[in-house]
Ligand binder design. Structure first.
Ligand code: 5AD
Ligand code: SF4
Length: 698
């Protein structure tokens, strides 16, 4: 049987009924005229997407994802604004695009599209419901081809032609498109609230396979697979057992085979930490599991792996050992490898460690529930195929109760020659602004005081959305919509000097919640090395950005990342890195020795690799200089009073608390954490340390 799963996308839609309702009732059907899987995007929509501005061309990988669109997307939850003329359509689109929410009330800020529908839509049937049409089938999805009819409710609101054009544009969650009706004088602004996505399942019957020829092509690239025979283990006389996964697991105490507890081991960057929080959210909130007291006893074990700098693969194989042994002893256990190593190794990981039940890439985090469902039926699953990302229906289990990570853009379209990220996290996919705001409002309600927006290349935010948005737009939108007495500080990482815009500098300088803290990796100071890294900027253009920041936000902190010993880097070129550091004087610097990573270009420049001892020596030199600058930057605070957001007890001194300045410098001072946690307080700085400050509460 074809397995298809439901995923809510921009779940903020106030009129959107529960996604699961769709699974029980038959979706609407389109007329036969729409049954062509081969199509191209109509010109009008190309223009619409770019809003007449300089076009952003998606990478080949992005194109590849979109050629699979029709096998992935089964349907969409759509709202619309009906307009009598194209001119009105353009004006409405511009109004929506302007994103000016300053005059709106709180609910409308979360849903400006709904407000537009109520205010101006000519469709009396949908207007009062914020433009709601409902679930619509993708006419080009293989299972919908040739299905004749369109559901009556939908057909009163929208014509088959509009539906066809909408899906031809391959919209993602949150996209708003302007589409003309067949009579040419009515126009719809259509917003995609949710997408209904398939994930490809090898269990399909032969008939299914024949119908879904395009899906087959998708699968033949050796991707998402459900493997049913587990022959290698069975050959050893072992029948692996997976626990049953039940939403009622905790009510079913008597059943030994029902999973009750989980353990997640996380390595790597903030993005991985944020992914683990979301994985835990699915396990706790949807599947009702609890964190295991002892990792060794957990029923579901996830190793969430990172391979950005380490030789992580071997570590993962080592870490799997004890869990694989439990599986061989016949214990019911779901053993999962997620993250970058999972994506890189894919099926090879299952071949090497057949005890593993599920290998899932970072793009599948929100689909853990679906995947575990397959695992609990005894299958091995590989989910590493590129896919469209979906919004979570579950709340993440956050690691901190005051500061939280919020993903705004996933993936990366850059091709820095040292970096594994584009290969493992896939192409850029921005979340709709309204979904990001909704998550922030939930955090605000739960008492969070600080959020950090996350993206590998956050300056690329919004260029894949329709209509396009920019990262500066997002900062303005969030700063404006988040109530003042809730989240006090908005931070973000990571900027890319190639795409960083003046509007972001201006936003940081003017918006009250956005902190004056720039994380701007430079990686190297020499232009030739930067070119070999394919970074797209030079020493001078990087310094231009830094100087603009210093002009507009003289108090801002500037942090960076640097790699030493990149293939071919000479001593003279390395000196340029030191020169750049001396010009900028970073508040904080993350320093790395180049590490050749799998499937990256620079890893195979054989005769150019720098000996380990040279890299180590250069690393020491940058670290010494970075510490000197760190101290200089700390000293500027001595004798001043700074605003500190108190976070935690000082782990080394129970009578002290730790907080941060807006510039993200840690400050330690005497105080009672129970009284001060989450408060903004004034602190007099009395001592500078290299990376932190010591102060006295005012
Ligand atoms: N070797 C060393 N450092 C790396 N980084 C990324 N890839 C590598 C690599 N192959 C560093 C970069 C990046 C940070 C997240 O990790 O400095 O900005
Ligand atoms: Fe990697 Fe960052 Fe370059 Fe993207 S921009 S490839 S994440 S270093």
């Amino acid at each position: 049987m074809l397995s298809w799963k439901i995923v809510a996308f921009a779940s903020l839609c106030i009129t959107c009924e529960k996604a699961s309702a769709f699974s029980s009732s038959s979706p609407s059907r389109l007329s036969e005229t729409s049954s062509s899987a081969l199509h191209s995007t109509p010109e009008s929509l190309i223009v619409d997407k770019s809003q007449g501005k300089k076009k952003w061309f998606p990478t080949k990988a992005q194109d590849a994802l979109f050629t699979q669109y029709d096998t992935l997307v089964r349907g969409a939850f759509v709202r619309h604004v009906l307009l009598e003329t194209e001119e009105m359509g353009d004006i409405a689109m511009k109004t929506y695009l302007r994103g000016d929410i300053s005059g709106l009330d709180e609910n409308d800020k979360l849903d400006p599209f709904g407000k537009l529908a109520r205010d101006i839509s000519a469709c009396s049937k949908s207007r009062e419901e914020a433009g709601k049409i409902g679930w619509i089938d993708n006419p080009f999805h293989p299972s919908n081809l040739g299905k004749p009819m369109i559901n009556e409710v939908v057909s009163e609101l929208i014509s088959p032609k509009v539906i066809e054009d909408l899906f031809k544009a391959r919209p993602k969650g949150g996209d708003v498109l302007k589409i003309g009706d067949s009579d040419g004088d009515k126009f719809h602004l259509c917003r995609i609230d949710d997408l209904l996505l398939d994930y490809v399942n090898q269990e399909k019957s032969k008939e299914d396979m024949e119908i879904q020829d395009s899906t087959l092509q998708f699968k033949q690239r050796g991707v998402n697979k459900v493997i049913t025979d587990r022959s290698k283990l069975k050959g050893l006389g072992i029948t692996p057992v997976a626990p049953k996964i039940s939403e009622l697991a905790n009510d079913d105490e008597s059943d030994e085979n029902v999973a009750k507890s989980y353990h997640i081991a996380t390595s790597g960057c903030q993005m991985n930490v944020a992914d683990s929080e979301r994985l835990a959210g699915v396990l706790e909130n949807n599947l009702k599991l609890q964190i295991a007291e002892k990792p060794g006893n957990a029923d579901v074990v996830i190793l969430n792996t990172c391979s950005i700098r380490d030789h992580a693969e071997q570590k993962v194989y080592d870490a799997l050992g004890p869990f694989a042994a439990r599986k061989r002893r016949g214990e019911p256990l779901a053993l999962i490898v997620s993250g970058c190593v999972a994506q890189q190794e894919g099926e090879a990981l299952l071949k090497r460690v057949p005890e593993v039940d599920l290998v899932m890439g970072p793009q599948y985090v929100s689909r853990l529930g679906d995947l575990l469902d397959d695992v609990s039926r005894g299958h091995q699953v590989v989910a590493t195929d590129p896919t469209l990302l979906s919004e979570d229906l579950s709340r993440p289990v956050r690691g901190h109760d005051m500061r939280a990570w919020v993903n705004v853009i996933n993936g990366c379209n850059e091709h820095c020659t040292y970096c594994v990220v584009p290969g493992v996290r896939g192409v850029e996919q921005s979340r709709p602004m309204e979904s990001i705001l909704k998550e922030c409002m939930e955090l605000a309600e739960a008492g969070y005081k600080e959020i950090t927006l996350l993206g590998q290349n956050i300056d690329a935010y919004g260029r894949d959305l329709s209509p396009k948005r920019t990262f500066a737009d997002l900062l303005h939108y969030l700063n404006d919509a988040i109530p003042d007495d809730t989240i006090q500080r908005i931070r973000y990482v990571t900027s890319h000097p190639r795409y960083f815009s003046d509007r972001v500098i201006e936003a940081v300088a003017t918006l009250d919640k956005v902190c004056e803290c720039f994380h701007m990796p430079f990686q190297a100071g020499d232009d030739e090395v930067l070119k070999n890294m394919r970074r797209g900027y030079t020493f001078d253009s990087y310094m231009k950005i830094i100087n603009k920041i210093k002009e507009q936000s003289p108090d801002a902190s500037i942090c960076g990342d640097v790699i030493v010993g990149f293939p071919g880097e000479t001593e003279e070129q390395f000196q340029r890195t030191l020169d750049l550091m001396n010009e900028v004087k970073f508040d904080n610097l993350n320093t790395f020795a180049y590490s050749p990573r799998p499937n990256t270009e620079a890893a195979v420049w054989k005769d150019k690799q720098i000996p380990e001892d040279v890299k180590a020596e250069r690393l020491q030199r940058v670290q010494r200089l970075a510490a000197q600058h760190g101290m200089e930057r700390s000293q500027r605070y001595v004798g001043k009073t700074v605003e500190v957001l108190v976070e935690d007890r000082n782990p080394r001194n129970a009578d002290q608390v730790m907080g941060r300045t807006r510039q993200n410098r840690q400050v330690f001072f005497d105080g009672n954490i129970d009284e001060l946690k989450g408060k903004l307080v004034d602190v007099d700085i009395i001592e500078a340390r290299t990376w932190s400050l010591v102060g006295q509460l005012r």
